[in-house]
Design a protein. Structure first.
Length: 309
């Protein structure tokens, strides 16, 4: 699909599966585990994804300092070495903080930014959102994907359209927050201008059918190969095949969704054989009961072999 909006000759390519990579932290210190970050980035690249997003919700970006954002992004950029695009996630409560963290990501060499609106108790209006994205774009001069996920700063389609029309550097939208209705509205009103990707894990299949350009969601970080297959089957019109993949993935998502999702996703990844580390406090390790539930779902889906009892 051709999009009408570009800036300085740049358009964003959000086609396909772009996993929002977990951020492995070391047990005890909860510091960045550089080796595990390199290994996970290399694994994702090896699956054929066209890009990686770092420091998003799945990657616990809300708790990263400017220095950590730089180190995380630089580690992944260096590991990718130009083979895939790297998108730097910034989750911030103010424009000034977003500018500092976005600059750290740019200094590390990312290709674009995934940026939430400011989302503390006080919610900005449309004019405030326009100013926010304008100031970050003017300061950093990188393409911006608006990560529309914050429940109390839920950018509606009319405000999003105004932001896109008025802010040159906003060149894509990630519609998340579980709102399938908003995906439909965004596709109807703004998809001719910029690419739209989905972040709704349990509805990847129907959002692909609706015509989103791709996905940046937790399940794509846990199962990059299978979600690419799901996406491709929809592109090829194999809806029965795509539905079968959806049916395998949904129980896994139900076992890892919720307030402790970043840790539960890491547990699932570890069970699949990759090193994921711990999550940062106050997200606590899951109980043995929850671990058993995740393992059971993975076994039932045929992702791991059942443990003999």
């Amino acid at each position: 699909m051709e999009f009408s909006k570009s800036h300085n000759g740049i358009q964003l390519n959000l086609k396909g599966i772009i996993p929002p990579m977990i951020t492995p932290f070391l047990p005890g210190s909860e510091e960045l585990d550089i080796k595990a970050i390199q290994d996970e980035a290399e694994y994702l690249i090896s699956t054929g994804v066209p890009g990686i997003c770092v420091g998003g919700s799945t990657g616990e970006g809300q708790g990263l300092s400017e220095e950590e954002i730089y180190t995380l992004c630089k580690t992944v950029v260096d590991q990718a070495n130009g083979r895939v695009q790297v998108i730097g996630g910034v989750i911030s409560d103010s424009t000034a903080d977003a500018m500092r963290k976005s600059q750290a990501a740019k200094n590390a060499g990312v290709n674009a930014l995934q940026l939430t609106p400011p989302h503390y108790l006080w919610s900005p209006n449309t004019e405030g959102l326009v100013q926010h994205f304008q100031r970050v774009g003017d300061a950093i001069e990188l393409p911006i994907i608006i990560y529309n996920v914050i429940p109390w700063v839920d950018i509606d389609v009319h405000s999003m359209n105004e932001i896109i029309d008025r802010v040159p550097w906003v060149l894509g939208v990630k519609q998340s927050g579980g709102d399938m209705h908003k995906v439909a509205d965004m596709l109807d009103k703004i998809h001719s201008k910029v690419p739209i990707t989905t972040g709704i894990d349990d509805l990847l299949f129907p959002t692909f059918v609706l015509g989103v350009d791709g996905a940046i969601s937790c399940l794509t970080a846990v199962f990059p190969e299978l979600t690419q297959e799901l996406y491709q089957k929809v592109q090829n019109g194999d809806y029965n095949g795509a539905k079968k993949i959806h049916d395998r993935l949904l129980p896994i998502w139900r076992s890892i969704e919720g307030p402790t999702m970043p840790y539960l996703a890491k547990v699932a990844i570890e069970m699949l054989g990759r090193k994921a580390g711990v999550a940062r406090s106050p997200i606590l390790a899951p109980t043995e009961e929850k671990r058993s539930e995740i393992r059971q779902r993975l076994e039932e889906g045929g992702f791991i072999t059942a443990v003999k009892k």
